[in-house]
Design a protein around this ligand. Sequence first.
Ligand code: ANZ
Length: 842
Amino acid sequence: AERYDFRALQDKWLPVWEEQKPFRTDIEGDKRPRKYVLDMFPYPSGDLHMGHAEAYALGDVVARYWRQQGFNVLHPIGWDSFGLPAENAAIKRGLDPRQWTYDNIEQQHSSFKKYAGSFDWDRVLHTSDPEYYKWNQWLFLKMYEKGLAYRKASWVNWDPVDQTVLANEQVLPDGTSERSGAVVVKKKLTQWYFRITDYADRLLDDLKQLEGTWPAKVIAMQRNWIGRSIGADVDFAVEGRDEPVTVFTTRPDTLYGATFMVVAPDSDLAIELAAGSPSEEVRDRFASYLAEVQKSSETERQATDRPKTGIFLERYAINPVNGERLPIWAADYVLADYGHGAVMAVPAHDQRDLDFARAFGLPVRVVVDTLQPVTGVIPVLDPDDLPELEDLNPGTTGIALAGEGRLINSGPLDGLSKSNAIRKIIEILEAAGTGRPAKNYRLRDWLISRQRYWGTPIPIIHGADGQEYPVPEDQLPVELPPTEGLNLTPKGSSPLGAASDWVNVPNPVDGSPARRDPDTMDTFVDSSWYFLRFLSPNDSTQAFDPREVDKWAPVDQYVGGVTHAILHLLYARFITKVLFDLGYVSFTEPFSALLNQGMVLMDGSAMSKSKGNLVRLSDQLDEHGVDAVRLTMAFAGPPEDDIDWADVSPAGSAKFLARAWRLVLDVTSDPSVNWREGDRALRRQTHRFLAEAPGLIEAFKFNVVVARLMELVNAARKAIDSGPGGGDPAVREAVETIALGLSLFAPYTAEDMWSRLGYDASVANYGWRKADPSLLTQDLVTAVVQVDGKVRDRLEVSPKVEGAALEESARALPSVQRAIGDRTVVTVVVRAPRLVNFVTKP
Ligand code: ANZ
């Protein structure tokens, strides 16, 4: 007999799909409802790996499912092909980054095809193509016009290994670079930014629209990243300075408890205040402190368990409500680019301030009595056991009183609760012109310039007059110059600055000598809008075609790793809102639903070459076949969970696929059979699968669907071998259903089964069959009820009825009661579900 041979199936069907393009998205005249299913596009670093294999297998289940449900599905793929790894690889190997990038793309492209992703191969895009990045430049110019792209000098995260700036999002919690692993330092540079902070409220508030369709974890991460705080700005006059210093506080109610002020050492304010200090020693100590501070990361600076350091600047601020003189310190726990880079320190009620006050012997004044309840019932405690406020003195205990209570030592605020005190103090400050309500965000503007070659050139020309001149739109794209003669080795300024033919250009306004901006854009710009480009990838006249956008966008289902929970998703949400404001799209959220797949691990930890636990996808595919690997990914568990490759069995998957495939060899009926004549028990199981699988797929319970398929395969095999046989119409019906179900997970096997079952077109485009409701209700069987061996009645009962229940129902029948009369029942014979016999004697 024929054997299941996955290699033969792959060789047979790949060229057929290549030729027939079953997944080309028909654009004109297709009346089906549309679904846009998008997998996060890959970075072309080497060949596909196990992580890709998982992500794209799961995304493909969703795409194939909606196609099967009668939707016109757009499922595109492309490459996120600019970026540092290509450039670093190029430097190491002495290649052009283009060569490394496009070689890898070619390899991944053919691997993807073999992996049978149901992509529309006519829509491929690469972000490093000038035809693509031209539109990054267009987007930049649109944002520049609106003041959403701007340049400023500021302290930036600097990766000393890659010699480039990093976005905050690229600095790991331990202060190292996500890219190179180096400890990130601060450096002052003039850089391009996108004004994402203007959108902070909308980025936060619109998360509500995504509840239920995005993982709750991702929503929470976005919310924390944006980090909105509500409070007040308070102005403090500073002795010897004309302008007051403003601080942001979330606790203006504690203003009477402020005992000193702290400024961020790396803020312009601190530098100015130190320069104006009367003591030369202070100025020197400040300078060396600043140098020290610049070596530490923001995360380190905010760590609460770190000993507090700081310098007293010998300057004084005046508390606007009581005229007290507050010493001004510079300390690194205050950050330069949050709020105003300065805080009013209230050590009694803020732990960081308290740690600092205790380290430097500064006064602590309690202004909130946390023992006085604010609302609700007073706890019934023995008055003698009540602690005294003095016992809780933070100056002694070292524990700040952060809780609620009533205000004390606070003049007009005394006796008020926190929220009433906040309201009252803001009123007082506003009346005096020394304060106002304020909001702050953890989110900073998006730093988009990079001093590297392999990215989108920023379309700005710097005139000799120091002004910025946007490159006129009809001169886009500003193409990257060739690498010949350029040294790509990182050195802190862009290599493009040395491309003299490229960088020296006439001023677009008056033709005078001018220079191009040499920086390139963060590649997160490229990926912030690529989902729109897929809708008209070859349009040379616009970034995207609004008619196609109307048809397809936003993305119905986005699939990708949780590693992108913040960066990419936040930027894409931001750019979508910008495009909405500019009138280019009519929606404000790019991705209506999001599925995060887990990671593929090995023996409990992430795979890596250095750990020696790398499983090569190509080896797995050679050994088990594409379908078995894909099926294993779907069967391993809920998609959001990690898969430990040591715990799963691709060999088991391959065996199951062979068992399923062999069924077609034993189907001896032809496609014109009448289903209704088939074996009822097998039909019931088939139709239960048809009824349940769609809901399970939509709930992403892919593993459960695979388990049900395994049961159905067993049932069909049993029907063939020891039931009604391979000619029964129900066997054909079951096996066709198995092929339809398998087509979501194991496209080669399913396609081959389908064709052997007598169908010409691809199983992927056949559709789904509706379950017959009459086969979904439970069948009843007839139980015969006898008295002394004589049939007295019949009962319709479930085939699974229990003996006792059957006996009870039988005994309750009037016909049986009548037959028994006043005789005594001595024995009851019960053969559930078929028979009950009451044996009596007078
Ligand atoms: C006085 C105060 C009293 C504060 C109190 C808190 C508790 P979030 O919630 O993170 O927004 N702060 C303000 N600017 C800062 C900066 N640049 N670097 C470090 N800390 C800064 O925190 C806001 C609080 O963090 C502000 O409220 C301020 O301390 C501090 F019992 O002001 B608070």
